[in-house]
Design a protein. Sequence first.
Length: 283
Amino acid sequence: MVDALVLAGGGVAGIAWELGVLRGLADEDPALADRLIGADIVVGTSAGSAVAAQITSGTPLADLYDAQLAPSSAELEVELDLDEFVARMGEATQGVTDAGALRRRIGAMALATPTLDEQTRLASVAARLPRPEWPLRTVLIPAVDATTGEVVVFDRDSGVALVDAVAASCAVPGVWPPVTIGDRRFVDGGVRSASNADLAAGADRIVVLTPTMENTPIPLGGDLNDEIDALRPGTTHVVWADEASAAAFGTNPLSPATRGPAARAGRAIGRSRAAAVRGFLGA
């Protein structure tokens, strides 16, 4: 049996929440958390790419979680209002239905938007990673070419540094600078899908951690239900956020101030969902 763990996007708050969920699962059943962290396939999109790099680094989960509760971090403060962000994405993609054209529109908007410099952002992302090397496991990190709209999935055989792959997948369009890799520039993997769960195709059992409430509209691309259908005959179990989690994320999930509240909310979710996850995995 092949197990996969899918870690969706959700900003700085999403990183903290997903680590919190895993920590909560470990509170109830350490072996269960170890099994998820040791999944045969790990897919990480945007915030999830940072979590994927962290949990496959060999760093103890407790240390990763505790770092989210620290009063300071290398995360950068940035202004973001989710309602305004969604409206901006709507304006950029108005009248577009083709997925590739939609990604190109968002990429063009990202390339045209002034942001802080790329090196400052890259240093902040590098500080998230306990180790700079790719793990010797299947870790898949999607990003989108800002010019062509092509979806590229980075892994340890791509010849791309882990920090560049994570930074590219986390390059929220119109907020953070697109990431230069070779002669191409990349934006957030969430432009294709918040979870990219279908990249776990071939797995028998897939657990998805997504810091969104069920049936919440996604501002960028993708539909998790369609991706779950694409994963069949594999079976999927989704761990969703709840109202307390959404309150912890606030209106700016990119703010470092969300780290502690989101981590604690995720830990509560992990504790409450441990039995369901255990039953799904047959653990």
